[in-house]
Structure formats: structure tokens, C-alpha cells
Ligand binder design. Structure first.
Ligand code: ATP
Length: 385
């Protein structure tokens, strides 16, 4: 069944936020954007809460950067509205220029002025401030980003991580309502990325600013965000905390995009679900509704939920059809007699080889998500649509 057979889940902007005290700083309602005949964003609706870090996460070309550009005022939506606090900044015939929105942007390549020092770069957006106040603000920001000792350095005298700190401080200097970060770690090498994720989150939280970041890297999104908005093909698939979207994906796309996902077919039978790797207690299947009794379902299993053990041909439930050594771990793909193909992740010393007959068992004791076999959406999501 094609993806277009199902309506995407869009979060109603009138839906109350989880906590009554949560205030939406930014609201997108039914936003659409086309370039020529290409529909790039479609009915995109979500709200960003005061003080949170929200990350737009999705594959290349799904419309993340376009969404960020619409929020910044660098492009205009064709449909819908964008509201910043109580002001409609785009839509309904209104359009506020980027400089009037009070939005800070940290660009991928940092875009620092090469001839200015770190302190001068940070002071750049504070021209209207009295001198003493400006100096004090720059000093505070240098301290916040840990660059007090480098204030006289020009960008070419700073490392990639230090340049990112200056870029962040410069965007925070005018105290924006919202900070936008476009693929903030893509210009850093791998080791530095991990360190800077922690730092960028700390700095944003200490500054108390609301932030929206964009990435296609799920680990990055999980590590810096309070909530993640997963996008696919110009639509919002799901928005929630990293734990919610990973453990309870609302669509198969979300399940697969956020990590290795295998779908284990099973038949619901009383208090159990019978599968090709044995019986799973019904209570372990999250929110399994009675409507699916005595029918087939697909249970979502992640590689670390499963263990494959060598077995005799007579006892084996399947064979290893793929093996990838990853250093600390080994990823196996096992084809079961039922035809299901499951991925299992083992410690690096595991001695299971390609072609070997194995039994697979469930090692996880947490709740497992499930999907009706012919649907890409979870059942309670379909009910919401
Ligand atoms: P990536 O992760 O690769 O940056 P993305 O999710 O940020 O991707 P966008 O850059 O928003 O995706 O692009 C979404 C779609 O819109 C793509 O198909 C892209 O080619 C198209 N697009 C973006 N900007 C323009 C433009 N100015 N003119 C025409 N098409 C555009």
C-alpha cells in the first residue's frame, strides 16, 4: 500500500500542550510551500513551546530547511499561517521581514566576519546598545560560551568548535525570541560533534532561549532536543520527546528512520501473540486493542531486543543471511522459516557466522510497538485522523 493512501497525522495547533503552563512561542498552522509544481511542504502544523529545543528531523529533501527559512522570513509560505507569540508573521496577507521577527539564526558554515575578533563578532548585532552595556553583554556571552580567553582572536585563529561558540554567542546577543540552528554540527569533525552537542544544549538552556534545530542525524536530534518533529516528504509524521518517538513510533516510516526496525509478524491469541520466534505475552505489546484478537499484527523489534544463538538444523528457527562487523557490535540479519527477516545486534565477541542455523529469542522486557499488517500507521493514530 502506498504512503499516500493514508492521511498524515498533523498536530492540531488548538490541541492543548501537555503541561497547562506551556506556552507556544511559535505556531505553524497548515503551512504549505511549493516551488513551481513541486509541493515541498503540505499542511504542516506544529507548536514550539517556550524554552524548549525542538529538532526537525527527516531525510534529505523532506523540507526541513524550507521550514526553517519560512520561520526566519527568508521565504514565504503559499498557504497557512506562522505565528510568533500573538503576531502572525506570515500568512493571512501578513508578512514580517526577517529583521523584524526577533529570530536568531546559526548558519551551517557559522558565517563569522573574518576580519573581526570573537568579541567584535559577538557585538555586531548590538550596535544600538550603549557602549558600557554592550561590553558587559559581550563579556557575559564570552563567559557563557567559554571563550573569555579567546576574545581577541579572529576566526582563523579559532578551532571549528570555538567558531561555533562565537556564532552561537553572536546569535544570542540581541536576545532573540527564537534561535534557529541549521544542521549546526555538519561542519565539525566527528569527535568534536559529540562534544559540541552537549555544549550547544548547555548554552541554549543557560541562555533560556527557545530553539529549533534541523538535522537528518537521529542521534544528534535525540541528544540535543527536548522534542523531535519527524518529517517525511513535506509532512509531519510525529512530534514528541526522543523517548516517545523512538519507543512508540506512530508510523512505520518513523520506526525505520529512527533506527534499525524489523517487523515480526504474529497472531494475537488470547493473552499471547504467537510469532516465528515464540510466544510474546500480550501485555508486552503496547496498547494492543481487542479489535485485533485472532488476527495478524506486525510487532516492531529493534536489533538490541533480539538474540540469535547457534542451533542444530532440526532446532533452528532461521538462518543468518547477513553479517556486518561494526567494531563494538555485530549486526546480523536472520531469515525465519516464516519468511520474516529480523536484525539482531550482538556484542563483538559473538560467534555467529553467515549461513549458520540459529534460534532467535526476545531479550527485551520493555513494551513493544505494533502495526496492523497492511497499514503504515499505528492503530490509535488512525483513530485520531
Ligand atoms: P537536506 O537535509 O538535504 O538539506 P531538507 O529536508 O532540508 O534537505 P529542503 O532543502 O527544505 O530539504 O528541500 C525540500 C525540497 O524543496 C527539495 O526537493 C528541494 O530540491 C526543494 N527546494 C528547496 N529550495 C528550493 C528552491 N529555492 N527552489 C526550488 N526547489 C527548492
Amino acid at each position: 500500500m502506498s504512503n499516500s493512501d493514508f492521511a498524515p497525522r498533523n498536530i492540531s495547533v488548538d490541541e492543548p500542550l501537555d503541561e497547562p503552563s506551556d506556552r507556544a512561542v511559535l505556531t505553524l498552522a497548515d503551512v504549505g510551500k511549493s516551488f513551481g509544481s513541486e509541493r515541498v511542504l503540505d499542511h504542516l502544523s506544529f507548536a514550539v513551546r517556550e524554552g524548549e529545543i525542538l529538532t526537525l528531523l527527516g531525510p534529505s529533501g523532506c523540507g526541513k530547511t524550507t521550514t526553517l527559512r519560512l520561520i526566519a522570513g527568508l521565504a514565504r509560505p503559499n498557504d497557512g499561517t506562522i505565528r510568533l507569540n500573538d503576531t502572525v508573521v506570515a500568512g493571512n496577507g501578513a508578512f514580517l521581514e526577517p529583521e523584524e521577527r526577533g529570530i536568531g539564526v546559526v548558519f551551517q558554515e557559522f558565517a563569522l566576519f573574518p576580519h573581526l575578533t570573537a568579541a567584535e563578532n559577538i557585538a555586531f548585532g548590538l550596535k544600538d546598545m550603549p557602549n558600557a552595556e554592550r561590553e558587559q553583554r559581550v563579556e557575559e556571552l564570552l563567559r557563557l560560551v567559554g571563550l573569555t580567553d579567546h576574545q581577541e582572536s579572529t576566526p582563523d585563529q579559532l578551532s571549528g568548535g570555538q567558531q561555533q561558540r562565537v556564532a552561537l554567542a553572536r546569535s544570542l546577543a540581541p536576545e532573540p525570541e527564537i534561535l534557529l540552528l541549521d544542521e549546526p554540527f555538519s561542519n565539525l569533525d566527528v569527535d568534536l560533534r559529540v562534544e559540541m552537542r552537549e555544549e550547544v544544549r548547555r548554552i541554549i538552556k543557560e541562555a533560556g532561549v527557545t530553539a529549533i534545530s534541523v538535522t537528518h542525524d537521529q542521534e544528534e536530534a535525540f541528544s540535543i532536543s527536548d522534542r523531535v518533529a519527524v518529517m517525511n516528504d513535506g509532512k509531519l509524521e510525529q512530534i514528541g520527546s526522543p523517548e516517545q518517538v523512538f519507543q512508540h513510533p506512530e508510523s512505520r516510516f518513523v520506526a525505520g528512520f529512527l533506527g534499525h526496525a524489523s517487523f515480526l509478524s504474529g497472531t494475537v491469541s488470547g493473552d499471547s501473540v504467537e510469532t516465528g520466534i515464540g510466544t510474546i505475552p500480550r501485555e508486552q505489546i503496547h496498547g494492543l486493542v481487542t479489535e485485533y484478537d485472532e488476527t495478524e499484527i506486525d510487532v516492531l523489534v529493534r536489533p538490541d531486543d533480539l538474540v540469535a544463538r547457534p542451533a542444530s538444523e532440526a532446532q533452528a528457527g532461521g538462518h543468518v543471511v547477513y553479517r556486518r562487523y561494526l567494531g563494538p557490535t555485530v549486526l546480523y540479519r536472520v531469515e525465519l522459516e516464516s519468511g520474516d527477516v529480523l536484525e539482531c545486534m550482538h556484542n563483538h565477541d559473538a560467534r555467529v557466522s553467515l549461513g549458520m542455523p540459529v534460534t532467535v529469542s526476545l531479550a527485551a522486557d520493555h513494551d513493544l510497538a505494533w502495526f496492523p499488517p497492511d497499514s503504515r500507521w499505528r492503530v490509535d493514530t488512525q483513530a485520531d485522523d
